[in-house]
Design a protein around this ligand. Structure first.
Ligand code: FMN
Length: 211
């Protein structure tokens, strides 16, 4: 096994280091975030640093890089307080990846990447029509991360749109049946399959598979 020290890693070429470090923390929940700006122009961007923060209240966070690198989503969320989160499926990975390009403010990635906008009744932010699992978020808090200028954007889940066929009897969501993809690093995408589910683990008792 190779050993790479912090000093060695710091000496690597920028893009090599970024690839290596971005892969190290593992597979991620690549998701498309849909917003509108103050002029009602739509915006869509792919984000993969997404984290479950709590179920009651239902909170999800994502990391937004410094605003000079990724300006529009966070600015729109601050302005309107709302955003949509949309799963990416195998059928439109290339289009989802295209939304990471640095389009000018006011240029809609929906149009540029060729993804359809879906408007929901009484909701002011756009959803991705092609996505089979999507939800509306209301901004709760933006936590600046002093060490590198990025932000943890925390939102509360408001409305969820999902096919009934994907929901198990105990609430488990079979996102693999919708072909929701997972990502690695900044350019790798994977399909998934369920290996097993296990009962709540307790000390001294061997857990059993959930059938
Ligand atoms: C697979 C993938 C994952 C990404 N994840 C993030 C992320 O978690 N946070 C982030 O700030 N940018 C991430 N990006 C980069 C943004 O998609 C990119 O900066 C985009 O232009 C931001 O758009 P915006 O300015 O409209 O918000 C990712 C890009 C790719 C290809």
């Amino acid at each position: 096994m190779n050993h790479f020290s912090k000093t060695a890693i710091q000496s690597w070429e920028r893009f090599y280091r970024a690839n290596f470090i971005n892969c190290l923390s593992g597979f991620k929940s690549a998701t498309l975030i849909g917003t509108i700006n103050k002029e009602n122009k739509t915006n869509l961007a792919i984000f993969s640093n997404i984290v479950h923060i709590g179920a009651a209240p239902a909170l999800i966070g994502f990391i937004n890089r410094p605003t000079d690198a990724a300006p529009h989503t966070i600015k729109n969320i601050e302005a309107t307080g709302f955003y949509s989160m949309n799963h990416i499926h195998s059928s439109f990975i290339k289009k989802a990846h295209q939304t990471s390009a640095k389009y000018a403010e006011g240029e809609s990635e929906f149009e540029k990447a060729g993804l359809a906008i879906e408007w929901k009744e009484n909701i002011g932010v756009p959803f991705v029509a092609e996505s089979r699992i999507k939800y509306l978020m209301e901004l709760t808090e933006i936590v600046p991360i002093k060490h590198n200028g990025s932000f943890l954007v925390i939102g509360a889940i408001q409305d969820v749109f999902v096919d009934e066929t994907l929901i198990d009897k105990d609430g488990f969501l079979h996102i693999e049946k919708a072909c929701s993809i997972t990502s690695l690093g900044i350019d790798g995408y994977y399909e998934t399959s369920l290996k097993a589910r296990y009962k709540y683990a307790k000390p001294g008792i061997a857990t059993e598979a959930i059938k």
